[in-house]
Design a protein around this ligand. Structure first.
Ligand code: TRP
Length: 360
């Protein structure tokens, strides 16, 4: 069986380092293994509109931002098909058929939907489109016959819901859809990067993100003012590395070779952690090291972004070509779905003949 990847992001803002360690970096690595027969990377504008219906301009402006972030991280349009969700209308038709296979109570139990309803104060008036977005996500995944969906852990309930739809569809209409597998980030620290202020999550509204498009100075400023261990008041005090965002970022970004380059007093992160825990190691030193590590990772991304920013029409051309290709693939799956559901009336000569016979 072929190995196919589909994943994507909502274009509601520039992507930050949480997106990077949580999924973007992995996607580029997966792309570069050459092991996949096809890779689809989707800018989920239609899904973004499910909770931004009154703000289409935000979605519109952020499509190019997300595309720039993709290209600057090293996604290669010659290998990975980058496309815009709403430019593939087959996805909406698939969603409509899948809706018959999902109950309202099952959607209500979806933990991600539940959490988002609370976060957005939708309790009293949930938009139907928002409520059903897990179904549309199942359409995104199955339209491309994805076998692997690399996403963050928050997307686990979406993939579970997709698998249920696949099983139900295949049971009711015959083996048609491909059962996808979730692929979570392998580094524990990458499951969810906290904000620079120590909040559980990076979020634009909290102003605690480091963006891939931030300048060198911005990144440095944000790192040097990061929240650390509030009990580590004096350098000699013992410190805590657990739950300390500076160390969580180091877990996510730093490799042993960074020590030789930026901090030769230590061989590896464990030695730094031990020293910090014992006491006698100041936050500023650790932050300076983190800054060096992060700048080393982000500099090539920033440089590639600057190149692409000079040719925005080329970025749109990539999205257009990608969307055309995505549409062709989704159309093929939709044809198979229609055939399985017996709603392919005009292609079914047997049906026409049989009914003609019956009325003779
Ligand atoms: N829900 C994802 C997010 O919020 C975006 C998304 C939409 C997606 N469709 C998808 C991810 C299909 C993986 C597969 O980031």
């Amino acid at each position: 069986m072929s190995k196919i990847i589909l994943t994507g992001d909502r274009p509601t803002g520039k992507l930050h380092i949480g997106h990077y360690v949580g999924s973007l970096k992995r996607r580029v690595e997966l792309q570069n293994t050459g092991e996949y027969d096809d890779i689809f990377i989707m800018i989920a504008d239609a899904q973004a509109l499910t909770d931004n219906a009154d703000n289409p301009e935000k979605v519109r402006q952020n499509i190019v931002e997300v595309a720039l972030d993709y290209l600057s991280c090293g996604l290669d349009p010659a290998v990975s098909t980058i496309f815009i969700q709403s430019m593939v209308p087959q996805l909406t038709e698939l969603s409509f058929y899948y809706m018959n296979l999902v109950t309202v109570s099952r959607l209500q139990r979806n933990p991600t939907v539940k959490a988002e309803i609370q976060m957005r104060n939708f309790e009293a008036s949930i938009p139907v489109g928002f409520f059903t977005y897990p179904i549309s996500q199942a359409a995104d995944i199955t339209a491309f016959k994805a076998t692997v969906v690399p996403v963050g852990e928050d997307q686990m309930p979406m993939i579970e819901q997709t698998k249920e739809i696949v099983h139900k569809f295949n049971y009711v209409y015959g083996e048609t859809l491909v059962d996808p597998k979730i692929m979570l980030p392998d580094n524990k620290a990458c499951l969810r990067l906290p904000g620079t202020d120590g909040s559980a999550k990076m979020s634009k509204s909290l102003g605690n993100c480091i963006y891939l498009s931030d300048s060198e100075q911005d990144v440095q400023k944000k790192i040097m003012s990061m929240f650390t261990d509030p009990t580590h008041l004096r350098v000699e005090d013992p410190g805590h590395v657990e739950g300390n965002p500076v160390f969580i970022y180091l877990d996510a970004f730093c490799r042993d070779e960074h020590f030789a380059e930026f901090w030769p007093e230590y061989q590896n992160l464990q030695e730094v952690k031990d020293h910090y825990t014992r006491g006698g190691l100041g936050d500023v030193k650790v932050k300076r090291f983190l800054n060096s590590v992060m700048q080393a990772e982000l500099a090539p991304i920033r440089e590639r972004r600057a190149q692409w920013e000079k040719d925005i029409p080329a970025v749109y051309e990539i999205l257009k070509k990608g969307s055309e290709r995505a549409e062709a693939v989704a159309a093929q799956t939709l044809a198979e779905v229609r055939e399985a559901m017996k709603i392919n009336y005009f292609d079914d000569m047997a049906l026409i003949k049989e009914q003609a016979e019956r009325y003779k």
